[in-house]
Structure formats: structure tokens, C-alpha cells
Design a protein around this ligand. Structure first.
Ligand SMILES: [Zn+2]
Length: 173
């Protein structure tokens, strides 16, 4: 075995070295001029994967989230009015009973105002009616795709706010 660089006989074990891009078998002296390639079976850092990695989907499956929400019934205003009249209560009397302003009650009964949870609870209790019904909603989280442009973060925020309405068109050409 001779050194491929200097041609001298290699004493001991020859060294594999990368010299100027070429993999050569060289002597100890010449190996100093290049990068020694250690081709001894070094303990491999990567442990062979015996078990295949279970496939983990990056995206959550696009199943629509079914959400059960409480919602004020349709026609709550007439329901309130009817129940109040049935009990023979005036706006003032009902207002006193539930500690609400008459104006609030008249707004409710004309459908100009949707009662909040607290108000609904009070009305339900005072009038012995049900104003809230559980509604099963399919919450579609999919964002409508725009073929021309990608949605910006601002668009997403608008979608959040408006609850799925069309984002206001921004003129882009
Ligand atoms: Zn040499």
C-alpha cells in the first residue's frame, strides 16, 4: 500500500483523506494536508427507525364543529307581551318586578332590543315563560377561499368580527 500523494509506502494503517476534493489513500504526513475521512463504522447517531412514525395529520380534520348555544327564541317580543298581558301586568309593574326600565320593556316587546342573558333570566322567571332555546349550530370554521388573493390577517379578523360575512373588498390590482 502506497500513499497516493507522495508515493511512499504507508506504514501502519493507511489513511483515507479528502485532499482537494479527491478521496485518497495517503500516509500520515500527507493526510495532514487534507481532511481525514474516518470510515470506521462510527456509532451512528441516528437510531434506525424500527417502528414507522404514526401519521400525524398537520391539519385538524375539517369536521364542522357542532356547537350547542342558547339563543333567544324567535318572536320573543310577542312572547313577552303575551305573557305579561296574561298576568295582567303593565310595563310599569313588570318593570318594578324585574327591576328594569319601562323603556327597556317596550323596546323588548317591539323587538327593537334583544334581551341579554340576565334580562332573559329575569323575564323567564317573572313571566314563567321560556325565552331561550338550545340551538344546535354547525359552526363552520372554513374560511371562504378567494381565488385571486390570500386572506390577510386583517380579513380574518374582519371575518371573526362579522361572523362569516363577506370581507369588505379591498381594491387590489
Ligand atoms: Zn504521503
Amino acid at each position: 500500500m502506497r500513499c497516493e500523494v507522495c508515493g511512499r509506502k504507508i506504514h501502519g494503517s493507511p489513511i483515507q483523506a479528502l485532499i482537494e476534493g479527491a478521496k485518497l489513500t495517503v500516509c500520515v504526513e500527507c493526510s495532514k494536508h487534507g481532511k481525514i475521512i474516518y470510515d470506521e463504522p462510527a456509532p451512528s447517531r441516528e437510531t434506525p427507525k424500527l417502528t414507522p412514525t404514526p401519521f400525524v395529520p398537520k391539519k385538524k380534520p375539517m369536521t364542522a364543529k357542532v356547537e350547542i348555544t342558547q339563543e333567544v327564541v324567535e318572536g320573543y317580543h310577542s312572547k313577552i307581551r303575551q305573557a305579561r298581558e296574561k298576568l295582567g301586568l303593565s310595563h310599569e309593574e313588570l318593570g318594578k318586578k324585574i327591576n328594569e326600565k319601562v323603556s327597556v320593556l317596550s323596546k323588548l316587546e317591539t323587538g327593537k332590543m334583544t334581551p341579554n342573558n340576565q334580562l332573559v333570566a329575569k323575564l323567564e322567571h317573572a313571566l314563567k315563560i321560556k325565552l331561550i332555546v338550545p340551538i344546535t349550530k354547525e359552526k363552520v370554521t372554513e374560511i371562504p377561499k378567494s381565488p385571486n388573493r390570500e386572506l390577510t390577517l386583517g380579513d380574518l379578523m374582519q371575518l371573526e368580527k362579522k361572523g362569516g360575512e363577506e370581507p369588505t373588498e379591498r381594491k387590489q390590482s
